[in-house]
Design a protein around this ligand. Sequence first.
Ligand code: B12
Ligand code: SF4
Length: 489
Amino acid sequence: MKLLLVVSPYVFPQPNALRSEHLGVLYLAASARKNGHEVKIFDPTLGHPTALRDGLFSFGAPEHEIAETIRSFAPDVLGVSCHYSFSRQCAFNVVDLAKRLDARTATVMGGIVPSIHGRRVLDDCPSLDYALVGESERTLLDLLSFLSNRTPSLCDIDGLLFRDEGDVISNPKTHFIQDLDSIPYPARDLVDIHRYMNTGSRIFGLGNRPALSLLTSRSCPNHCSFCNMWMIHGRKWRMRSVDNVLGEIDEIVDKYHAEHIYVVDDSFTFNPSRTKVLLEQVIRKGYRIRWNTPNGISVHGIDEELVQLMKRSGCASVCLAIESGSEYIRNTVIGKRLPDEQIVKAVRLFQKAKIPTGGFLVLGMPGEDETHFRETLKLINRLPLSFVVAQFAIPFPGTKLYHDLVRMKVIEDGWEMRMDTLSRPAFATRDFTLEDLVRRKRRLQFSFYLHHVPQMMRELAGGRLYWLNLDSITQFLYSTIRLKIEERL
Ligand code: B12
Ligand code: SF4
């Protein structure tokens, strides 16, 4: 069959959105191609963004260009990948367009959005024939097989949503691929990969050398109350063999000439012994690469041996999921089971190894009050972190946070993330109004950078994290100016 995979366009509040190749789509393309299908990938988000009204930017090609791509390839099946909740409508527009051009084209959507919103995507987009929930390398093949020779039956395709006489049938997602080595490497050759590698996006301090992404394992067995990653890749952590990962790094380095790698696992250090073996082999192979973990790694299991191996294998920076300086918020509300001492120990180990370390924080969890907020300030101000990324809690559908807030009538069932949820809090808490939360985020940034000026200077002088320090200084100045303006008002 002829399969056209389209990355959904999106609208974003900044013209410089982070970009990297879309691993999910490249994995699907590789599997479909290996099974004899003719595959094309179209990523309309790659060009320059267009400025819209209200300070928004559109990442997506003009409609006539998308139409021309669909028309000229004339796919039997058009698959749209929808990663971000706020890009839902843009994804629906592509599906509508494909149906308008040729009503015989079967349309299917996959990715985070159908995985967490379920049947609503079919309810809201009449042109959409199918949606697949979660990991789809196998299930997309089943669907293609059904579309070409009517087997297996739609009811037997795991995680499939489809229409039946005006109703939407939703097969539960129960199977995940255990042998990850059986999946072919992402089909980076099917896209103009250098356009992703050279975006200069400098994700968390990697500099702007050519970079590619790598996924060495899937999922995470933890149960953080705001996370719904288990809906995509299941509850059980699954890993690729070390040899299989090394084979892909060989390809990344030798064939595509990448010098930096973003490791985007949900839990790269979940099994520290396996991570150590992998890093030992990376060192042994002598790759001239640097890598980082923009997605954040778990603090559990970080020890000196692991940190030293990370350093020797080229780790340029890490992001740690700290979430809160309050143990009550971090452990009782979020469910991390992570004491302060472990965080302090991990950050010190990274500092000793001279690996710049960022802290991910979440603000505005239910139950958070001024005391908890001060505990967060206290912890981050005493930690030798290079930067912090503070985000407001987002109640993604399927999470405990979402269900708790619906039960408490703070949000309505059916609540959806909008793009402004990225910069504004999605809900107020008992102790904090939306404005309180915004102010606290600024205070946090101001206080953190104020306490870390000497460290930033040392890092700048040592040539580490040059661009990141400039970003941090910009953030510091911005939050200072905003705070001062607010104090005067
Ligand atoms: C890597 C990553 C990025 C990268 C690259 C994104 C890219 N080009 O792919 C970078 C760092 C650029 C990034 C940026 C952002 N990201 Co991001 N990112 C991720 C991350 C960590 C991994 C995605 C991934 O590669 N997974 C591995 C592959 C194999 O899995 P997959 O993509 O899910 O694909 C599988 C299935 O979903 C399915 N599938 C996927 N597409 C399709 C299509 C069809 C037709 C079918 C049938 C199936 C299907 O099959 C695939 C193979 O099994 C996810 C978290 C996660 N674990 O998913 C967040 C995530 C997608 N990001 C998220 C967000 C919010 C962002 C940002 C907005 C953050 C910010 N505040 O700036 C930015 C904005 C985007 C931008 N362009 O600037 C959210 C989205 C939440 C939501 N519901 O909207 C996630 C879910 C993290 C989270 N929980 O908060 N991100
Ligand atoms: S550790 Fe990270 S990936 Fe795992 S459940 Fe918590 S937030 Fe999700």
